[in-house]
Structures are given as C-alpha cells and as structure tokens.
Unconditional design. Structure first.
Length: 483
C-alpha cells in the first residue's frame, strides 16, 4: 500500500514537474509581449482583477473561514481592502510610474541625454505564507502585473480553501502564459525554485527565506524577502496608555496574533505597568467577551492555523509559566478547535522562548522597565525586527529610540497600520527581509531600472581616446583634477 502511495505521489510529482516546466517555458516565450503592454492594457487587467475580487467577496470570506475561522470583518480589512487598495492605487498612478525618468547631465555628460527606464523583470515567482493567504498572493501580483511581468504563484499548503479559490480565479482571469498558480507544499516550491526566474518575491519565515535565497543564488535571481521576527513595542512614561491599550489589543489579536507585524512583546514604563495591564484586560473583555466561555464563542476571533502551531504556542506559554511568569488574562487552550484565548503574560524571565522566538499567535508578553537603555539593549540583542512601535509624547525619547535601533518600519502611537499606507515602502531589514512592496515600491521591486544614455557625435570622451599622447594625458589630468 505504501509503495502504491509512493508511486502515485512520485507520478503526481513527475506530472507536476512537467507542468511547471511547460508553464515556465510558455511564460518565457510570452514575456516580451507582456512587457510591451501599455499602461492602458495593464490597467484593463488590473480592473478585471479588481472586479473579480468584488464579485467573489463572499467566496473569499467563506474560504478564509473554512481555513482558520478568520472573521469576515478581518477578511474585509486585511485580505480584500488591502488588495483592492493596492490595485486602485496602481490603476491611478501606473501611467506616471511607467514614464522614463529623465536624469540631469553632469559636466562630462553635457553631450548626452539620459533616462531610467522601468523594464519588467520578466517571469517572476511569488511564494506566500498562510497567515494572509489572499492578500500576500494578490497584492504582489497586482504590482507584478502593473510592472508588466508574467507570474507564477505558489500559495501556502495550510490554507487549502483559499488556495483553491485563488487558483480558480487566476484560471478564469489569465491565460497560463501570463499568470499561473500551483498549489502544494515545499516540494512544489522546490520544483519551482529550480527554474531560472527573473525575480522571486517571497513572503514567509526567515528560515525558509534563507533556503529561497540559496536557490535564487544558483541562477543569480534577484529576490524580495518579506520575512518575520519579533516586533517590539515601547510605551514610555509620557504615553497615552488608554489609547495604547485600545490600539494594541485590537492589532495584536487581529488574525489571532498571526501577523508578521503584530506587536510581539511590550515594554511599558514601570509607572504605567499595572494600569496598562488592567486596560489591556478590559479591552480584551469588551472586544471578545466578559468571560472565557464568551470569548471562546466569539465570532470575532480567528483560530490558530494548525495543531503544530497550537502545540508550539502552548509549549511556549507553559514554559514561561513554569519559569515564574504571571498570567494576566487568557490562558485557555482548546486543541479540538486550535483555539488559544487572547492571552497576556507578565513578569517573564528573559530567557523564556516567548521572549526569544517570534510568537506569531494570540499571546502577548508585557514587561515593565525603568531605564530605556535596558530596553534598547534587549532589542539590539535580537535580530533587526520587521517593525518597531513607540507610544510616546516625548520627542526626545522617540528620537533616542529611532537613533539607537533598526527596523523594517515603525509607527509612533500605533502599530501594524503602516502596512495599509500605499505611499510607504513595506519591507524588512536583514533577518526580517529586504526589498520593498506596496505602491510604487512594489512596482519597482518587479522592475529593472535600466540606465539609458544617448550620446551625440560631439562626445568629449573622443578626446580621451588612444593613442595616449602627452596632450591626451594632459587632458585626462585636467579631467581627474577638476571634473
Ligand atoms: P514559511 O516560511 O513556513 O512558508 C512560506 C511559504 O514557503 C509557503 O508557501 C511554503 O509552502 C513555502 N515553503 C516552506 N518550506 C519551504 C522550503 N523548504 N522550500 C521552499 N519553500 C518552502 O512561513 P509560514 O509559516 O507560512 O508564515 C509565517 C512566517 O511568515 C512568519 O515568520 C511571518 O512573520 C512571516 N510573514 C512575513 C510577512 C511580511 O510581509 N514580511 C507577512 C506574513 C508572514
């Protein structure tokens, strides 16, 4: 029996490999046709995609509910609006983005006219994680289309309903020599990664990001890596703590904490520590229910994606409690439904996994601090985060924090909403990734900035050509000295 299963899966894999090779080849053949499309033609495609998303809104909500009980309102905000906004923004600005950018000549370049031309990368691969499965496929796809590319998409295996729906939508909307989607796990990703793509846009964990970059190195393929990490929050002595508690509770427990830019842990000035914990608890009660049973029954709270992540999170909380952490609210775990209640812990020892690894779930450690230096030291003892948030009304503190840390992005007096600003680049730094997405930055990620210089017959460089007689050398000396 095992042999049969193995044989079938080997056959399936062989068919899939052939399919991938075929689709990649037809996209390679078609890439210059797609590259030659005008802004008007690309806008027409984006409008078709936009219209399909609006038409299938209810199906998208249902698929995400089936995958991890994501609340409909959260689907609307973070999967649908995030993508429709990206598409509308591209539609509005594409003509301008596509225009070649003139550059000024310098003295030695006086006889030239030059510009930067945004050339599509060609055939691109987009690999997405499970936590925002719709957003992280169709968002990058919108900018890849805007930039004039062909694209192959690989969503996560952990959201099968959303992936199947997206496949159906892609097949309805695009010929396969332009956009195609392959479902499956890392085996499928590995087959895809053997192809010499012109760009890989990967969203996922830093561990898999390394694998992607290694595979890309084989073909010297450029990469955008949108990775994760531990995003800290600092609430200083001057902060409006009620406002901070309201925003942070909503943004942390959105998608059950499974957000790359979710507040991972909080340092709050000791003057506010106990009051802030109370406010957080109140906020959790008013958002999801007054008691544990009500909160578990709340339709406004998603589930953890699968038993493995459920177990990982339960272990992390258990270890923290064993080492003396205090549970402020939450702590209910139901394995039957992968339910973990919105949980806040405090008084955690520094070496507990909750303070060392990315949490990526509805568990929030809150630590008091007295001296900002210790907070900065803690943050800088970890890899550079995807986001860092500061709640403060004191400019000096904000500046000190920014000057002494590095992060992909930041909010002052809020968290996570930077993702939704289409004029800001979205991306990480080092361990949290590199390259940017969103708006013009997404268009750029999928474009090559080709330098084009037009020379006249009066090029001054002719005077610097061999033979390098003493007269030519004197001219070269003047250029080196004065220009
Ligand atoms: P993951 O890295 O496990 O998987 C992401 C994708 O990579 C999936 O499609 C998966 O099938 C594929 N994959 C897995 N193993 C692979 C391998 N060995 N070779 C090739 N492909 C492989 O990530 P995840 O668990 O789906 O998502 C969670 C992570 O994503 C978190 O670290 C989170 O912070 C990060 N994330 C980042 C952003 C961002 O925009 N920066 C957004 C969402 C999630």
């Amino acid at each position: 029996m095992t042999e049969v299963i193995e044989k079938i899966s080997k056959d399936t894999l062989a068919t899939l490999t052939r399919d991938i090779e075929r689709v990649f080849a037809v996209q390679m053949d078609n890439r210059y046709n797609i590259a030659a499309t005008t802004a008007k033609q690309r806008i027409a495609k984006l409008k078709r995609l936009l219209e399909a998303i609006y038409r299938r809104r209810e199906d998208i909500r249902q698929a995400l509910h089936q995958d991890f009980k994501k609340p409909a309102a959260e689907v609307d905000i973070s999967e649908i609006f995030a993508v429709t906004q990206e598409i509308k923004h591209a539609i509005k600005h594409l003509k301008r983005w596509m225009k070649p950018q003139r550059v000024k000549p310098t003295l030695t370049m006086m006889t030239t006219r030059s510009h930067i031309r945004y050339e599509p990368k060609g055939v691109v691969l987009i690999i997405a994680p499970w936590n925002y499965p719709f957003n992280l496929i169709f968002g990058p796809l919108a900018t890849a289309i805007a930039a004039g590319n062909c694209a192959i998409l690989k969503p996560s295996e952990f959201t099968p309903h959303t992936s199947a729906l997206m496949k159906e939508m892609v097949n309805d909307l695009f010929p396969e020599n332009e956009v195609a989607l392959f479902e499956g796990d890392k085996q499928v990703a590995e087959i895809l990664l053997r192809r010499p793509f012109h760009h890989i846009f990967f969203t996922g964990s830093p561990a898999v990001g390394r694998i992607i970059m290694r595979a890309a190195a084989e073909h010297l393929t450029t990469v955008t890596l949108e990775l994760g990490g531990k995003s800290p929050v600092i609430i200083d002595e001057s902060a409006a703590i009620k406002d901070a508690a309201e925003k942070l509770a909503a943004e942390k427990f959105f998608n059950a904490g499974q957000t790359c830019i979710a507040p991972d842990y909080i340092f709050v000035h000791q003057r506010h520590h106990e009051a802030f914990l109370k406010l957080l608890e109140q906020q959790i009660r008013s958002a999801y229910g007054q008691n544990p049973a009500e909160r578990e029954a709340s339709p406004y709270f998603a589930r953890v994606i699968n038993p493995e992540h459920f177990q990982r999170l339960s272990n992390m909380v258990e270890q923290a409690l064993e080492k003396g952490a205090r549970m402020v609210v939450g702590g209910k775990f139901n394995p039957e439904d992968n339910y973990i209640a919105p949980t806040v812990l405090t008084d955690l020892p520094e070496d507990t996994p909750l303070l060392q690894e990315e949490i990526f779930g509805p568990v929030l450690p809150v630590m008091p601090y007295e001296d900002l230096s210790t907070v900065l030291q803690f943050i800088n003892g970890h890899p550079k985060p995807l986001a860092l948030y500061v709640f403060s009304r004191r400019r000096k503190n904000i500046e000190r924090i920014f000057a002494n840390t590095s992060a992909g992005g930041s909010c002052i007096n809020d968290s996570a909403v930077q993702f939704l600003h289409p004029n800001l680049p979205f991306g990480g730094i080092n361990n949290s990734g590199f390259g940017n997405s969103h708006g013009f930055y997404g268009f750029r990620a999928f474009s090559h900035e080709r330098a084009v210089l037009k020379q006249s017959i009066y090029s001054p460089f002719k005077l610097l050509s061999p033979p390098y007689t003493p007269r030519v050398q004197r001219l070269i000396d003047l250029v080196v000295k004065y220009l």
